[in-house]
Write a protein that binds this ligand. Structure first.
Ligand code: HAM
Length: 399
């Protein structure tokens, strides 16, 4: 997990973003006003309780980061004094879920929020960034994008969905019956009959001219930047604040919980929360799910050691400590194995944890100033000097 966070952090710094730390505990009201009263998160998933302060404030463990960042942004006065901000955050989020693979009650997000940039170039920049992250992690992925419109064109789409829902009442599940009037966009997420949703109205048919142009520009910029994406006109996202571009990145091998990154534009949110009329857009990486995706793809994470050190005997063990320290000084990830286990067991373990090399040192090697360097991917072993071994391992890391 920290490998993914480190990659994400290095990436956001290249995109000139600054860290913001947001509280784990916020007033519940914050999420009602932003995430949305009729969303699953607010209706069912928030851990919320009454504080024992004088006002008996109702507080919640944060289920997502965006509302806290917007609150902090407004409280700092940035919306009025310095609206253009590029921020990132990371940490645990909490949702009352039925735990399953890739879905947890406490999970980790690494998120990005950009304020004061209503232009489609900003949408494209964040999607390029997401693409860069997933490519860098080498995880197989698909990116789906859509435009969910804005307050001008959304009402017509909403109404079309209500009409469609009523016409298909008998085929819809109980959840959807409740959604028809309260949150009709969520009808498109009906899990019971995904095929049915194909006959539902789609958001792109209802976009106003401004939203259509915005979406066309974003797509054009992505294509120019060689980013591959699929337009999914039925992807609406489960949170209320989105306007215009919404997107999700899916990775294979995760079963039902395949979305590893998700986000979109939320141009009305800062104003709705009491700030100035400032545009916003962002996304969050589901760090736990991304880690599962890497595992499923058989990608050894950076946590896999470059070398496992295997020493035989007390004198070799003493020397192996120095060898390990020298390799670590060369920025290599090195694990020192127990000198009390059998060679066969240690080599099996080295392969199991994904170590690239085993460096084997016995009394004989010690006396001659060499090591046995075993390439665990190619099952080839050779005797070389310590300095040469270090060079080979450093080179292999660059591959
Ligand atoms: P979200 O779609 O609710 O969006 O969550 C973003 C990502 O967090 C999901 O795609 C998933 O990878 C991960 N995630 C969500 N719930 C869980 C869970 N129970 N267990 C494990 N992983 C989970 C947001 O939270 C928005 N704040 C994203 C955003 C930022 N939009 C604009 N800016």
């Amino acid at each position: 997990m920290s490998f993914i966070e480190e990659r994400a952090r290095a990436l956001v710094e290249r995109y000139s973003m600054k860290e913001v730390r947001i509280p784990v505990l916020e007033r519940t009201q914050l999420y009602l006003r932003s995430t949305g009263e009729t969303t699953d998160i607010v209706e069912k998933q928030m851990y919320t309780f009454t504080d024992r302060d004088e006002g008996e404030t109702i507080v919640a463990l944060r289920p997502e980061g965006t509302p806290g960042v917007v609150r902090a942004y407004i409280e700092a006065g940035s919306d009025r004094t310095d609206p253009e901000q590029r921020l990132f955050y990371s940490g645990p989020m909490f949702r009352r879920e039925r735990p399953q693979k890739g879905r947890y009650r406490q999970f980790f997000q690494f998120g990005v929020e950009v304020f004061g940039r209503p232009d489609a170039a900003c949408d494209a920049e964040l999607l390029i960034m997401t693409d860069e992250l997933c490519r860098g992690l080498k995880v197989p992925f698909t990116m789906e994008i859509n435009s969910v419109g804005d307050p001008k064109c959304r009402p017509a789409f909403r109404e079309a969905l209500v009409q469609w829902g009523r016409a298909h009442w008998d085929q819809l599940c109980d959840d959807c019956h409740n959604r028809i009037d309260r949150n009709p966009l969520r009808l498109l997420d009906c899990k019971i009959d995904a095929k049915l949703a194909e006959s539902a109205p789609n958001s792109l048919d209802y976009l106003c001219d401004e939203c259509r142009t915005h979406f066309a520009t974003a797509k054009e910029l992505l294509t120019a930047a060689n980013v591959q994406f699929v337009v999914n006109p039925r992807m609406v996202r489960g949170l209320d604040y989105y306007t215009r571009t919404a997107f999700e990145v899916m990775a294979g091998g995760l079963g039902a919980q395949s979305t590893v990154v998700a986000g979109g534009r939320y141009d009305g949110l800062v104003e709705a929360m009491g700030g100035a009329a400032v545009a916003g857009i962002g996304f969050a990486i589901g760090v736990d799910r991304m880690a599962l995706a890497l595992q499923a793809a058989g990608l050894a994470s950076a946590a896999a050691p470059d070398a496992a050190i295997i020493a035989i005997g007390p004198a070799a063990t003493r020397h192996a400590m120095v060898v390990a320290r020298n390799l670590r000084a060369a920025n290599l990830n090195v694990e020192m194995f127990s000198p009390e286990r059998k060679m066969k067991t240690l080599l099996a373990r080295a392969s199991k944890i994904g170590a690239r090399f085993a460096v084997i040192i016995g009394d004989d090697e010690l006396a001659r100033g060499v090591v046995q360097l075993r390439d665990l991917r190619q099952s080839a072993q050779r005797e070389i000097s310590e300095a040469e071994a270090a060079r080979v391992i450093v080179e292999a890391r660059k591959e």
